[in-house]
Design a protein around this ligand. Structure first.
Ligand SMILES: CC(=O)N[C@H](C=O)[C@@H](O)[C@H](O)[C@H](O)COP(=O)(O)O
Length: 224
């Protein structure tokens, strides 16, 4: 089982390309992960079974694996079967929807986490959208709490940058679990601010690994 202390106050990079995009290719994402590790990422977050398999042989750092299925509602590793497949593909940590919404396979979050712990050595990161989610996920047995879904479930306003208020709020709950800041962290200063607000580690995706969005930021600034 992974020793989480190696993640403390460090950077995790999410490498994801979306359906129809030019970089949507498992070998490309594995190379992206290698590039992130070369720059100092201590772990990577990878979406999709083939991407996980390709990245597993490309980097030695821990992988947070997820499988997105669908585009709304519960779509981040929505069922136990999706989660088991992520672990079989080499995930040290499996990221699953950690909200209080009903899950498509009818299992509760607690039932899902209990089954994962019983059947695998993987740790479970609960991708949450609010402090109530975080508390419920901790009660359900999650090993890590992520702010991944803040601004995407209707419980929180979608902030321009990271939802620092939520990070502060969850940290104050003192759940006894590592809190991973994730979502719209676009600058090194924002990453630092997440740690200062009480996060244990920080996941950055778009600002490092999504060139189309980054290009859009620059192009938009020039267009005035
Ligand atoms: C909401 C959702 O589906 N989040 C996904 C979760 O894996 C990814 O699309 C994000 O890129 C990731 O969370 C990192 O966040 P950001 O790209 O903002 O740094």
């Amino acid at each position: 089982m992974l020793d989480l202390s190696m993640l403390e106050s460090r950077l995790i990079v999410s490498c994801q390309a979306y359906p129809g995009e030019p970089l949507r290719d498992p070998r490309t994402m594995a190379r992206m992960a290698q590039a992130a590790v070369a720059g100092g990422a201590v772990a990577v977050r990878i979406q999709g079974i083939t991407d996980l398999e390709q990245t597993r042989v490309a980097v030695e750092v821990p992988m947070i694996g997820l499988w997105k299925d669908g585009a709304d509602g519960v779509f981040i590793t929505p069922t136990l079967e999706h989660a088991l497949a992520c672990v079989a593909a080499g995930s040290d940590i499996v990221a699953i929807d950690g909200t209080r919404r009903p899950r498509p396979d009818g299992r509760t979050l607690e039932e899902t986490i209990t089954a994962l712990h019983a059947q695998t050595d993987a740790l479970v990161m609960a991708d949450c959208g609010s402090a109530l989610d975080a508390k419920a996920a901790a009660d359900a047995g999650a090993d890590l709490i992520g702010t991944t879904l803040a601004g995407y479930t209707g419980e929180r306003t979608k902030t321009d940058g990271p939802d620092l208020d939520l990070i502060t709020e969850i940290a104050a709950l003192d759940l006894g679990l590592p809190l991973i800041a994730e979502g719209r962290i676009h600058t090194p200063a924002q990453a630092r601010a997440c740690l200062d607000a009480g996060a244990f580690a920080v996941v950055v995706g778009t600002a490092i690994t999504h060139p189309t969005t980054i290009t859009g930021w620059f192009a938009g600034a020039l267009a005035g």
